[in-house]
Design a protein around this ligand. Structure first.
Ligand code: APR
Length: 248
């Protein structure tokens, strides 16, 4: 199916939906200047996730992990929402998009204006201490080049993002599964759909007869299986095009 007919098919599904949700991944923020993880030049090309993104590595050598975290902070510090984020905010504003589940920790959906955002992998705006469990907001991202220390026990703190080997925040997991069970349509945007349990969300929706609309630069783990409409391209372009058709 060519992209124009796919866009029109997706627009029809969305216009007739009663309960549209979205699942987003790093691909939606690439046009904001934040590289994704698994494309060429992505973060995991430089930092092996088994070493740098596993909770055991953080416990053993937090200073080393903070090297990567400082680079991620640098990349996200000046990032702003791009037209794809703004399109999803518009869909919420028009009460079409009921909820947005994101794997991203860059806060760009909230900055774009989405209010019902489930942060499946936590968020980088709070720090937590793995020893005394003290939590605190990240006042500024300028740590003076040193990993932040817990004001209570002096241990190096960790951003409240989900590392491999950690649990998904239970409330985020429960709410996302409930949303996927209620949805009659799901927009899957900018994710390779390989990391469980986030990757199970489209399957849960599909099992409940939701239509799956996938918007991605390349085919993914779900394109040939549960996807009903696949719109290939940069979402900074295809999402605004989709909204033009929906609101034409
Ligand atoms: N427009 C649309 N899709 C894009 C764009 C773009 N401009 N740029 C990249 N993509 C696609 C890539 O082709 C890829 O399929 O976005 C997808 C991003 O996939 P990943 O890099 O695997 O990111 P994501 O799916 O979010 O990873 C899930 O893995 O490492 C963990 O915690 C990390 O939350 C992350 C999780």
């Amino acid at each position: 199916m060519d992209i124009t007919s796919s866009l029109h098919k997706a627009a029809e599904i969305i216009k007739n939906s009663q309960y549209l949700i979205a699942l987003t991944g790093a691909g939606i923020s690439v046009e904001s200047g934040i590289p994704d993880f698994r494309s060429a030049g992505g973060l995991w090309e430089k930092y092996d996730p088994a070493v740098y993104a596993h909770i055991d590595s953080f416990r053993q050598n937090p200073e080393m992990i903070w090297e990567m975290l400082f680079e991620m902070i640098e990349l996200t510090k000046n990032a702003r929402p791009n037209p794809a984020h703004l399109a999803l905010a518009e869909l919420e504003k028009k009460n079409i998009l009921k909820a947005l589940i994101t794997q991203n920790i860059d806060n760009l959906h909230q900055e774009a204006g989405n209010t019902n955002v489930i942060e499946f992998h936590g968020n980088a705006h709070r720090l937590e201490c793995l020893v005394c469990h003290h939590e605190m907001p990240v006042e500024s991202t300028d740590f003076g080049g040193k990993p932040p220390k817990c004001p209570r026990c002096g241990q190096i703190m960790k951003p409240q993002v989900v590392f491999f080997g950690e649990m998904i925040p239970p409330d985020a997991l429960m709410e996302s599964q409930m949303l996927a069970n209620s949805a009659d349509a799901i927009l899957v945007v900018g994710t390779s759909a390989v990391v469980y349990p986030a990757s199970s969300i489209p399957y849960i929706a599909k099992q409940n007869r939701a239509k799956v609309i996938e918007m991605n630069l390349e085919q993914t783990a779900i394109t040939g299986s549960i996807t009903d409409v696949f719109i290939q391209g940069k979402v900074g372009e295809t999402l605004p095009e989709l909204l033009e058709i929906i609101f034409a």
